[in-house]
Design a protein around this ligand. Structure first.
Ligand SMILES: [Zn+2]
Length: 455
């Protein structure tokens, strides 16, 4: 090992992959079940594995750099944003002269300049602009996002590729693994989503607490923190004084007014910590992004991607939290799947004759022993096939009732249908939403195996 560091820099000398090769060429006790250590593994990784990075912001920049330096060669990145001055403190691939340019394009270019041999294709667009075929060509999707909605969207996309066999077992070849990172100030998480095996994003959506809203009585009567004083000025005092004039968070005069009112209140109750920038933070719900948190979370995500791609170690099970606020704390928690998850769960298999009308289908759903959903409304790929309510939608979709479901589903031989209705539980009617895997008998593309064990 002595003296072997020469040539290990970005130039791509002989020892550049020394650490990676150590992981890929040695057997071990905690490797994945199919791991086959060999010197060829690295070139296979580079040849066959394609990774999509979603987001080219604070986390996305780190992810691209880390993946490139970990031996991944075929990368693509998608981001709809342009570079802003305020990004430059942490989104380290960007320079002042890049302000206004698409993040994805600049990030791809910078990493390719620095890491020899890597190929990064940028996509300057919304994630919704790409079709399923685009997402399907990747082996792993790495998320560097800051919104629940975007994560939920990608999760749903990845889960649409998941197939279940007739015993409701997920088909491994159809799994599209997601590695999801997220940071908020000094806190962060990294998680591995193996659709059908580990909880998907939707299974654990309850992890995201609703946005912090203080009870109005606390704000009005017993403020205890600087944020309480600020929200009092923002939510209560502003209306009292300005009567109907809407508060504009982007108007510095409005912000200054809230700040000075909050400061007065804080003094009255002896509460420290009200500053102008903290007032902005509370009112606009800004959480500062911290470069080191992004770096740590990205490293964890990249390592998981490498484990998934090579099998050189088992992946984490399945959710890592990091907290660097006071000291440092990390922990991996095993979250469990929601068996009834509408996104990653198998749903109920229902075999139908292609001539089955939507009306008949709704009756079947009502009589089905596992479902017993009455007054069902039916949607397919976001399209309302039949809606029980409101009356205007009922009227619009009523004519579908006499049409064969197969035709309403654009003649897809098998697909997922969502059904909303009511179930009787302990003599009480409760609303329920169910996922159904509908398979049409005798249509090309459906094998005997698919239908042999059907319901
Ligand atoms: Zn799920």
């Amino acid at each position: 090992m002595a003296g072997s560091l020469t040539g290990s820099g970005g130039g791509g000398g002989g020892n550049r992959w020394r650490d990676l090769d150590r992981l890929l060429t040695r057997p071990g006790n905690i490797v994945g079940p199919t791991f086959d250590p060999s010197p060829e593994l690295r070139s296979e990784l580079q040849q066959y594995v394609r990774v999509l990075v979603v987001g080219a912001g604070g986390l996305g920049c780190e992810l691209l750099k880390d993946l490139a330096l970990s031996g991944f060669v075929n990368l693509e990145v998608i981001d709809m944003d342009r570079i802003e001055v305020s990004n430059l403190n942490r989104q380290f691939l960007f320079r002042l002269q890049d302000v206004g340019k698409p993040k994805a394009e600049v990030a791809a270019k910078r990493v390719m300049e620095r890491v020899k041999g890597v190929n990064i294709v940028p996509h300057f667009c919304r994630i919704e602009d790409k079709d399923l075929d685009f997402y399907n060509k990747f082996n792993i999707i790495a998320l560097g996002l800051d919104s629940v909605e975007a994560r939920s969207y990608i999760n749903a996309v990845a889960c649409t590729f998941l197939e279940y066999n007739s015993e409701d077992k997920p088909d491994e070849d159809s799994m599209k693994p997601i590695v999801d990172g997220g940071t908020e100030g000094f806190k962060g998480h990294a998680r591995v989503i193996m659709p059908g095996v580990t909880p998907c994003f939707e299974c654990t959506i309850w992890l995201f607490p609703p946005q912090v809203k203080f009870p109005l009585c606390t704000l009005a009567e017993t403020p205890r923190t600087a944020a309480h004083c600020i929200e009092y000025a923002h939510l209560i005092k502003w209306d009292e004084v300005h009567g109907g004039k809407p508060f504009d968070a982007d108007d510095p005069e409005h912000m200054q007014w809230v700040y000075s009112e909050a400061a007065k209140r804080a003094e009255l109750f002896g509460i420290p910590g009200v500053t102008y920038s903290f007032t902005q933070g509370v009112v606009k719900n800004i959480i500062p992004a911290i470069a080191s948190t992004n770096a740590i979370i990205s490293a964890a995500c990249t390592l998981e991607a490498l484990k998934i791609a090579s099998g050189c170690s088992k992946t984490m099970t399945n959710y890592l939290t990091y907290n660097g606020l006071e000291g440092l704390h990390t922990k991996v928690t095993e979250f469990v799947r929601d068996k009834d998850c509408l996104v990653c769960g198998p749903g109920t298999l229902l075999e139908l004759d292609p001539s089955t009308t939507l009306q008949k289908f709704i009756e079947l759903v009502g009589d089905h022993p596992k479902l017993q959903l009455s007054k069902a409304s039916v949607t397919h790929r976001g399209k309302n096939l039949y809606m029980q309510a409101p009356p205007v939608l009922e009227e619009m979709t009523r004519s579908n009732l006499n049409l064969p479901l197969y035709e309403l589903m654009d003649k897809v031989p098998k697909d997922v249908v969502h059904v909303a209705g009511t179930v009787n539980k302990d003599d009480k009617k409760t609303s329920a939403l169910r996922k159904l895997r509908v398979v049409f008998k005798g249509i090309d593309g459906v094998t005997d195996m698919d239908t042999a064990n059907g319901a």
